[in-house]
Design a protein around this ligand. Structure first.
Ligand code: ATP
Ligand code: MG
Length: 442
């Protein structure tokens, strides 16, 4: 078994072994290299103590020295080199109380979460695979190292990591590991929101976002996202739909490209349906106002997961307008561009298309030609460079002052009014036309 290592990684391994230490590439990079995927980063595990590592390399950074991690800098690249360690008692399902260094590679591999993540590699020693990781890679299985229940009890984040790897790699989860996930789902409550955010985003933007189904089936949504359980239980008796709200959501995630914003929008776009549904006299279900209700839910949900404001704002606006009723005029389309924001508008079109692809054949037949036409009209608006925001309005505050307006709140209002006019008549977007329109309207 020969893996090709980046030059810098070989260099670090050789420097450490020449000095009498053991050293291996370990974890995710070995897994990915065996799969023929390009590893994101190469981690190194070694018997050398952090001080010994630091003494061997010219430039190092104390990344997590108390956990034994030193970053070795070679050129512009950094490589995390971590001393063999055992994670001590986990007090609270969150942090190991203490970290103990060990001279044993086996001990270091044993503390890792899944067999496929617990392999080490050195060019001279070959693959060190003590827990059957290579076989599990072959069989496409996620299996906990050791007794699954104990491992999830130690660190509940592993519950989500298991499903995230299943989604990224297209693997299934071994039976006992899966049972333990269901048994310990409630312990995710102990895990920090930031760590949950990272794992959920990796799951959503993976090749198999529909594996979110496992988050539901193992009872995790009941803890972290109970609204999703309600969505799974909400049928949609409406000719445009053929799935429950939850099934439609899972399907839509598979229909949209792996952009994190788009995938989060897909997951959250119909969360407001559970609070807005009504059944008409004809027995047909409606969800009036669910765009806004979903957007409000999404905002709270993402805030709780400690997302940054830009992400929250994008998901909020795209969700709010995901069922915008386009009346197929360019005026209406420019208004939508203004409301969602120009740079986000292409995302809205992608969302609307994916939403439709996850609906009934009837909906697709009716709506897809409309979406095709919207995309053409959008391209025409871009080609004509029509103004759809204040930045491109031919008049600004200074122009209004120069024309005699006093600074104040009226100014913003006036500029907005002029923009509304230009959205309707793009040809009016010249300083002369807009100023004379303003003067006439006084
Ligand atoms: P990614 O592709 O997301 O980087 P990865 O497997 O490299 O996947 P990391 O979070 O970078 O994951 O962790 C590196 C290695 O550390 C893992 O492969 C695993 O061996 C170990 N590890 C990470 N998190 C845990 C955990 N919560 N419990 C046990 N071992 C873990
Ligand atoms: Mg990694």
């Amino acid at each position: 078994m020969v893996l090709s290592l980046p030059e810098h990684v070989s260099e670090i391994l050789h420097t450490l072994t020449k000095a009498g230490h053991e050293a291996y590439a370990v974890g995710g990079c070995v897994r990915d290299a065996l799969l023929g995927r390009t590893p994101e980063d190469w981690d190194i595990t070694t018997s050398a103590r952090p001080e010994e590592v630091k003494a061997l390399f010219r430039r190092t950074i104390d990344t997590g020295i108390q956990h034994g991690t030193v970053t070795v800098m070679l050129g512009k690249e950094g490589f995390e080199v971590t001393t063999y360690r055992i994670d001590g008692e986990y007090e609270d399902g969150r942090h190991p109380k203490e970290v103990l260094f060990t001279p044993s590679l086996r001990e270091d591999l044993k503390r890792r979460d899944f067999t496929i993540n617990a392999m080490a590699y050195h060019p001279d020693q070959g693959l060190v695979d003590l827990f059957g990781g290579a076989g599990d890679l072959e069989a496409k299985v996620i299996r906990a190292v050791g007794v699954p229940k104990e491992r999830f009890q130690e660190d509940a984040l592993r519950i989500l990591r298991a499903i995230r790897f299943a989604a990224q790699l297209g693997f299934s989860i071994e039976e006992h590991t899966l049972q333990a996930i269901s048994s310990f789902a409630a312990r995710l409550e102990l895990v920090s929101r930031e760590r949950i955010q990272v794992e959920l985003t990796k799951l959503l933007k993976s090749d198999h976002p529909g594996q979110f189904r496992l988050v539901y089936e193992t009872g995790i949504t009941k803890i972290l996202f109970p609204r999703f359980d309600e969505m799974m239980a909400l049928p949609q008796n409406n000719p445009y739909h053929c799935y429950s709200v939850g099934e439609h959501t899972l399907k839509m995630m598979e229909c949209i490209e792996p952009d994190p914003i788009l995938r989060w929008c897909a997951l959250l776009h119909d969360t407001g349906k559970t609070t807005t549904y009504s059944t008409g006299g004809d027995g047909i279900d409606h969800f009036y106002g669910h765009g806004m209700a979903s957007a409000a839910f999404a905002r709270e949900f993402l805030r709780d997961l400690r997302f940054d404001n830009d992400t929250i704002e994008s998901v909020f606006l795209l969700t709010k307008y995901h069922d915008y009723s386009f009346d197929m005029t360019k005026h209406n389309l420019r208004r939508a561009m203004y409301k969602v924001g120009n740079e986000r508008f292409p995302l809205l079109l992608k969302l609307v298309r994916a939403d439709t692809l996850a609906k009934s054949a009837y909906a697709q037949e009716k709506l897809l030609p409309i979406i095709d036409r919207l995309e053409e009209m959008y391209a025409e608006i871009l080609a004509a460079a029509d103004c759809t925001d204040l930045k491109h309005l031919a008049v600004n505050g200074r122009d209004l002052i120069a024309a005699g307006m006093k600074p104040g709140p009226l100014m913003g209002e006036t500029l907005n009014r002029l923009l509304m006019l230009v959205l309707e008549h793009p040809e009016y977007n010249t300083k002369e036309t807009l100023l004379s329109y303003w003067k006439e309207s006084l």
